[in-house]
Design a protein around this ligand. Structure first.
Ligand code: A2P
Length: 295
């Protein structure tokens, strides 16, 4: 998997990255080390995952030089009012001097005790991130967002002085989000697909269409799902695993035809699951009624 995309900053981002959401401290250090030794050069974490320190240790243990790795982390919801503090905390925990990409994790500011922070506008957080990016180019190579819908993006672009390099969103055949993919692609903003396998206990891995294509190409169902994203222009993808054999397997990208891609996207018609962020219903119960599930 040596494919890559070029960001609007000119930086190169490897197409297949390594996801670490729900990878626990104790497992993730080894997983990151193994992924890097196997050839991955793009690692994704977040302050909210609670594993930045172990991800940093895995990077060091791999022996792969920092400058060969594309490293992403994210500003957490309770840190919207203190972007500078969040940046320093992430750098310190990861044990690095710079981030290749720093994302605003959710357009959902929260208080330290986990409630919606209605007095704070997430676009002001973006402005703080822009200011830090301009002030410390040696610490932040690119900034971007995550879980941002078309509607929210339109609001952001009216006020932004830096166009986000990336929008990281949930993308898999049961959550294709064609509208935001098209919107960002037109604007030269790269999409990064999280939960490309459909996350834990995913029914996609045993879906007949996925299985049929896996047999056709003599690969695992996971390869079909990773390759679906990796075959799209302007999309990068973050399969997550803490299992050695799967970490290795997921790095193989196969060429899918346009017909294969279309067929995989028909799954969505009768097989919705999970939330399709950014309208995750869970936010409603946390005090963000404006985030409604489209399903
Ligand atoms: P594990 O980490 O225990 O290996 P996603 O990337 O969509 O978030 O999916 C991650 C989930 O899929 C995890 O539960 C992970 O398990 C599992 N997984 C990762 N790679 C594979 C694979 N090649 N085959 C089956 N399941 C996989």
């Amino acid at each position: 998997a040596s494919k890559s995309v070029t960001l609007n900053t000119g930086a190169v981002m490897p197409t297949v990255g390594f996801g670490t959401w729900r990878s626990k401290p104790g497992q993730v250090e080894f997983a990151v080390e193994h992924a890097l030794k196997h050839g991955y050069r793009h690692i994704d974490t977040a302050a909210a995952y609670g594993n930045e320190a172990e991800v940093g240790q895995g990077i060091k243990a791999s022996g792969v030089p920092r400058e060969e790795i594309f490293l992403t982390t994210k500003l957490d919801n309770p840190d919207h009012r203190d972007a500078a503090g969040a940046l320093e905390s992430s750098l310190k925990k990861l044990g690095v001097t710079y981030l290749d990409l720093w994302l605003l994790h959710w357009p959902a500011p929260m208080t330290k005790d986990g409630k919606a922070d209605k007095e704070h506008n997430w676009i002001d957080t973006w402005k703080s991130m822009e200011a830090l990016y301009k002030q410390y180019p040696e610490k932040i190579k690119a900034i971007g967002v995550s879980n941002v819908s078309v509607e929210f993006f339109e609001k952001l672009l009216k006020e932004a002085t830096v166009i986000p390099a990336v929008n990281q969103i949930e993308l898999h055949p049961a959550c294709p989000q064609h509208d935001i993919v098209e919107f960002c692609t037109k604007k030269g903003i790269v999409l990064t697909a999280y939960s490309p396998l459909g996350s834990e206990n995913s029914p996609l891995l045993t879906h007949p269409t996925v299985k049929k294509l896996a047999e056709k190409y003599n690969v695992q169902p996971a390869n079909v799902l990773v390759s679906l994203q990796a075959n799209r222009p302007n999309v990068t993808v973050l399969p997550k695993s803490v299992t050695k054999s799967r970490i290795e397997a997921n790095f193989t990208v196969i060429d899918l035809t346009n017909e294969d891609i279309e067929e995989l996207h028909t799954i969505d018609k009768d097989h919705h699951f999970r939330a399709c962020s950014p309208q995750w219903t869970g936010w409603g119960t946390l005090g963000f009624p404006e985030y409604k599930s489209p399903l």
